[in-house]
Design a protein around this ligand. Sequence first.
Ligand code: BGC
Length: 357
Amino acid sequence: LLVFAGCAKQADAPAADGQTSDVLIGISMPTHSDESWLRHCEFTKDFLRELGYTKFDEQWAEDVPATQVNQIENMITKGAKVLVVASVDGGALTEVLAKAAKQGVKVIAYDRLLMNTPDVDCYVTFDNTKVGEAEAKYIIEKLGLDTGAEGPFNLEIFCGSPDDNNSYYFYDGAIALLQPYIDEGKIVVKSGQFGIEQCGIQNWDGAVAQTRMDNLITAYYSDGSTLDAVLVPYDGLSIGVISSLKNAGYGTADRPLPIVTGQDAEVASVKSIIAGEQAQTVWKDFRKPAEICAQMVDALVKGTEIPVNDTTTYDNGVKVVPAYLCEVDNIDASNYMKLFESGFYDKADDTWAGIVE
Ligand code: BGC
């Protein structure tokens, strides 16, 4: 564990009287509609229990920022000492976090940065730039651009929710690697749509991604031209994009699906990868941030050193938030068994019956 002395001091940590088991921890989660959050939450509680914490106030905002504000307000009222917040809209919590700070409540930004607030103590996430890089590298490699293929290859871009700070890191990481090929004309984005404003999918909604893909196909690919790759930053969107492509006739021997990327190694996408449809996903082993988060909670409760390994990257508009960045991994048809060998998934679960031996 890397511990930077720079953010070790916590002058006004909550008093560590009583037992850790008496300390109420607020856990504010964004939505059940993305299965990964449930796993993040369960793993975090597991690691907290290992450290002796037993009192949790767990709330789900179901993608409504105002709901999340109310839920956090209630946590403060109930006497939570530390809040773990995976935000819906990272910029919508400034006021309620100011209330938390006033009461001496400590705040951990979980996976998504809390923006425009001084009242966030630390941040645990993955290396979000590397997520985008992994997706772009995969496309570059599979198109053969790194080994001399000239193209031109047609690519379209999808981005995450505009209110999620991670979306910008994913996009920036990816476009930095793709741009040179776009400049050389080896990759062509026929729609001309780039960036979060044009390619962002509000609330990471797969149905919205499917509709956007339908529209792109109609507008730019009904002249018989073929789509070779789609940069997609999250599995829930990838599944929508693939449905749209299949409806438009992709996915046959004559017209194979384009390379479609993803993120999170969600069950549906792992199955799609095994079936030869989705090409790739970025695997984030949620056990890691959950473990670090539990250690952060404990440090904030006891006033000890907070585990961080990055003190420069995550500027939230008010300050650079000390962060711990976890590593990501690349999964495709050649190595998906890693997910099972590592215990991330259990092949004995019914959901994998007949799919994974
Ligand atoms: C997370 C991703 C997730 C996405 C959609 C992002 O903030 O980092 O892991 O796929 O939200 O929920």
